[in-house]
Design a protein around this ligand. Structure first.
Ligand code: C2E
Ligand code: C2E
Ligand code: C2E
Length: 91
């Protein structure tokens, strides 16, 4: 059983990501590919990412981390449990 105190993780669905329109999903697709390359993690169907990476992606997409998290969930590429896991405290 998972530890009850653990916060929700940010987990990207790599297969769903491949089916999105590249004009919107392109930056996220390239970012995820970069993390996979840095880890040498090429065979997964999902990719766990850092909280800090959502903040970086928010700068790239010119959105707040909260708004971007909800958008990625609505695209079906981020686990719904991630909602509320990212705050906008760095602003
Ligand atoms: P690094 O940040 O210096 O991390 C070195 C190693 O520490 C990582 O090697 C990994 O084995 C471990 N590590 C660091 N943070 C975590 C963590 O939160 N969880 C886990 N499970 N392990 C952690 P690895 O995976 O080969 O990554 C090599 C380098 O690639 C990292 O060096 C970092 O610069 C980059 N990287 C990998 N994954 C990510 C990511 O999700 N986001 C960002 N921003 N960079 C990443
Ligand atoms: P979990 O975090 O719930 O992950 C469940 C499964 O999702 C993992 O099974 C793996 O198949 C997939 N998965 C999640 N994140 C990634 C990712 O970034 N890359 C890839 N390729 N697959 C991913 P797995 O590997 O058998 O791990 C089972 C459990 O062991 C994990 O459950 C977690 O509780 C723990 N675990 C494995 N690796 C790490 C790690 O780097 N850090 C921590 N803290 N726990 C880990
Ligand atoms: P995780 O491995 O279960 O790590 C959970 C949290 O513990 C991380 O959240 C981070 O705050 C802290 N942590 C774990 N290992 C390290 C470490 O070596 N150095 C530092 N400074 N903190 C660490 P975070 O950063 O939001 O990452 C969430 C998940 O993303 C991690 O869960 C892991 O599955 C994945 N991840 C993040 N960075 C890396 C990395 O460099 N390599 C790999 N393989 N996985 C990573």
């Amino acid at each position: 059983a998972a530890a009850a105190a653990a916060p929700p993780r940010l987990i990207l669905d790599l297969e769903a990501l491949q089916h999105l329109d590249a004009s919107e999903a392109g930056p996220l697709t390239r970012y995820a590919a970069t993390i996979q390359a840095q880890r040498g993690d090429y065979n997964g169907k999902v990719l766990s990412i850092r909280q800090d990476d959502m903040r970086t992606l928010a700068v790239i997409y010119d959105e707040s981390p909260t708004t971007l998290t909800e958008r990625f969930i609505s695209w079906g590429v981020l686990n719904p449990e991630a909602k509320g896991d990212v705050d906008d405290a760095s602003e």
